[in-house]
Ligand binder design. Sequence first.
Ligand code: NCD
Length: 302
Amino acid sequence: MARSLLEITDLAGDELQQLLTLAQNIAEKNTPKLAKDIAVATVFFENSTRTRVSFELAAKRLGLTFCNVDINVSSQAKGETVLDTCLTLKAMGFAAVIMRHKQERLINQIAQQVPDLTFINAGDGMHAHPSQALLDALTINQQKKVDWPALKITIVGDIKHSRVTPSLTAALTKLGVQQIIYCAPNYFLPEQLPPNVAAIEDLAAALADSDVIYTLRVQQERFDALSEINLQDYIDNYQITKQRLLIAKPTCRLMHPGPINRNVELADAVADSSQSDILKQVENGLYMRMAMLTFLLNGDVG
Ligand code: NCD
C-alpha cells in the first residue's frame, strides 16, 4: 500500500518534525535525488498558481518525471470520473497523484479505491490543505527559531470557508502551540471551534501580543451570497493596516497563503513590509513540497 498525505493527521509521532528538518536541509541546498523513473502528476480541478507550480518544480528539482493533467483539455470533459482518471494514471505507471478538488474528502475515497498510488491532497473544498500548513510551519520555524508552546498565533479573516485554517491549526497543535486565536466577524467564524482554539471578534484584542498574524482571503468562490457580508464593513474593521500591525509584538511576522486580495484583507504597505513573510512562504513551499515527495516516495527522511 502506497503512503499518501491527505490531512495533517496522517503524520504520526514526530513525522511532522522530520518533514520540517528535511525541508530545512533542502532549503540549505542539500537536495535529495529520487529515481528518474518515478512519475508524478498534478491533477487540479480548481485554480492554482503557487501550489500547482511549486509541486511541479519540486518534482523536477528532485529529478522525477512530471506531467500536469490539464483538466480543461482532458477526458473529464467527456464524462470520465475522477476515479477513472486516477486509475488511468496508475495504469501508465505513475507513482503519485497530487490533486485539488472542490469536493471535500473525494481524495480520501479515491485513495482507498486505488491503494497502491500515492495521493497528495493539494486542497479539497473547505476541508484540508496539508502542504500549505507544512510550509507555513517551516516559515514560522525559521523566523521564530522556535519555542512552539510560547507562541501566540492569530488567524484573521474568512476562517469559515478556509481549508488552510483546519490544516494549519492541526499542524500548530501537533507542534505544541498553546495560543491559537481565530479572529473574524461572526459571519466568517466556523460553527464549531477546535477545542484548543479561542475565537475573538474584536481585532485589537486578538492582535495584542501576537507573534504571528496569519491573514486569509475572503474566499468568495466558496460561498453563495456575497450580499450576506458587507465587504466595506469587513475592510473597515478587519483589514490589517500598518497601524493595526503595531498592536502586535514588534517582532510579529505577517503571513498569508496567497493569493492576496490587496487592500481587502491586507493594506499594500503591510503586504510589502519587512514584517511580511508572504514571499518567504512561497519559497518555502518549494522546499516543503520537495520534502513531502521525498518522504512519501522514498521514505528517506535522514
Ligand atoms: C489557498 C487555497 O487555495 O486554499 N491558497 C493556496 O493554496 N495558496 C487559500 C486561498 O485560496 O485563499
